[in-house]
Design a protein around this ligand. Sequence first.
Ligand code: NAI
Ligand code: MG
Length: 353
Amino acid sequence: MSTYKIAVLPGDGIGPEVTKEAVKVLHALAKIDASFEFEVEELNWNSQYYLDHGRMMPENGLEVLKEYDSILFGAIGDERVPDQISIWDLIMPIRKNFQQYVNFRPVKLLKGLASPLRKEDPIDFVIIRENGEGEYSNIGGTMFHGESREMAVQNTIMTRQGVTQITEFAYRYAREHDLTKVTNATKSNAIIHAMKFWDQIVEEVAEANSDIAYERYYIDALAAYFVQRPESFQVVLASNLFGDILSDLGSAIVGGLGVAPSGNINPSREFPSMFEAVHGSAPDIAGKGIANPIAQIWSAALMLEHLGRRDLHDKILQAIEELLVEKKHLTPDIGGSATTEEVGSAIAEKLLG
Ligand code: NAI
Ligand code: MG
């Protein structure tokens, strides 16, 4: 029997509410399949921890996390702590130190959900976003504070290794899932150094995988195509900033943040990967028990796929789709009146049969 050691970081706001339901679903799965079990440990490194200790995680936090097979992350963000601190002192160190250079976001219109686009064709693609460098670098600085010549510089970092490994992941994913096309999101007509370099490396890898079709669009046009013909995409490869924006647009066309999952993946498996809903801590609905747990439960399913159990991922997704088609247990964000807990329990019960 295999044992998966999972570190759960519930975080702030609705993070703990939705994470509790995801863990409930994991335990339900372990009940129906004797081939594995979960060892779940909760680590309360969140904004309250920061207020108590002056840091987002213990000094040896990364050492502690390294011992786990995977991390399930809720969401972080609390008005008492600047967002910059919660993001750069907790999420970013994990992503960067654990070389989670893939941000993986499915854009799939689940059965039972309606797209605001009112499309007949199925929407089902993935966004593979570079997660470790690019536009989100802290290399830069400011000068001449308060003077009329005050200025700020922030550099984009594109490395041969970084672009190669994310592109190779995109092609590997396409191959493993019998997909036939990769779309490159770029802007090399205006960002003539960094994005031109990006294109050059992406196309080197594309050439080595020429049995899979390749296309390249400027980011502005591509954003429009997401709305006009989302059914035409299979794997969309994007830099850190472009991928961030595209994936919020992607989640909007398939039902919104309540049903948008993601993974921060370290493909070499040298370090644990981290799975989290795309949404934040949603302070406007925190504590009301009405947050949609589907995004977090689906994120846990992505975690299982990464741990080598695509079958369990598919089982969870099927249970979620059954629930959405029945429409009996839906949270308010997708037109129902169920609570977070009711939705989590209903999905767990479907798995238990
Ligand atoms: P948000 O994603 O928390 O909320 C945006 C809107 O979507 C809100 O109206 C919220 O009620 C709704 N929403 C989000 N998740 C939902 C769910 N599961 N069910 C139903 N409705 C849901 O984004 P916002 O308001 O911009 O940020 C709030 C805090 O979260 C900030 O402190 C921000 O920095 C943080 N944040 C953290 C992230 C993370 O932990 N990775 C990601 C995004 C934001
Ligand atoms: Mg975002």
